[in-house]
Write a protein that binds this ligand. Structure first.
Ligand code: HEM
Length: 187
């Protein structure tokens, strides 16, 4: 069945897509996150091996790329006000959505920084797609292990908040049918 939005039924205009820049950065972040978790779970399952080491190196490079993408998103977000949520959105829903999004931004900055620091403490030279970054810290394996535990915990928090974020988007799309997803459409 073809699903039309409540906004269309009521004659109210569907929310307009946000700027192409922020939509591109949004879906780039989503794609990179899928890749990052895929790489992490694969090298974890493989254990110490040449393939595992190559996947860790890829994970490190793409993880640093996420840091750049998220930094660009934050700069864009604070310099470009966006339209508020549809008028019938409850105040608590707006607060929850803002809290989830702000926490996700914070965790998406913390995650690569912790991963980077933990890797450096383990004695790794970190490379960004082959280009070696300066070694700034002295090796400390205990500290590195602690930080990798934090890295894993932040990973679960990112997954949980992403699930909430997606649930909110699906609620708008299929239950409220207010066409909000149109703001982030890919094409
Ligand atoms: C948003 C970006 C990132 C995400 C979502 C992410 C996600 C993950 C996850 C889910 C794991 C597996 C944790 C576990 O269960 O043990 C992991 C492990 C790891 N990450 Fe990341 N990561 C990110 C960025 C980085 C960066 C930037 C680096 C380094 C420059 C890095 C280095 C590592 C390493 C070396 C491990 C293996 C740790 C071990 O030996 O147990 N990560 N990452």
């Amino acid at each position: 069945m073809f699903v039309t939005s409540r906004a269309e039924h009521s004659g109210v205009a569907r929310p307009r897509p946000l700027a192409m820049t922020i939509r591109t950065l949004h879906w780039l972040t989503a794609g990179l996150l899928v890749l990052m978790f895929g790489l992490a779970w694969t090298f974890d399952a493989l254990g110490p091996s040449d393939t595992g080491a190559s996947l860790v190196a890829l994970h490190q490079s793409f993880g640093l790329l996420i840091l750049v993408v998220v930094a660009a998103r934050i700069v864009w977000r604070v310099t470009h006000p966006i339209e508020p949520l549809p008028g019938d959105t409850q105040r608590w829903e707006m607060r929850l959505a803002t809290l989830v999004q702000a926490t996700l931004y914070a965790l998406l900055v913390a995650m690569p920084l912790v991963g980077w620091y933990a890797s450096a403490l383990s004695g790794d030279t970190i490379r960004f797609f082959g280009v070696a970054l300066p070694d700034l810290v002295t090796m400390n394996e205990d500290r590195s292990d602690q930080l990798f535990e934090i890295h894993a915990t932040i990973g679960w928090a990112i997954l949980a908040l992403t699930a909430l974020h997606v649930a909110g988007a699906l609620n708008h799309q299929f239950i409220r049918r207010d066409g909000l997803l149109n703001r982030m459409r890919i094409w």
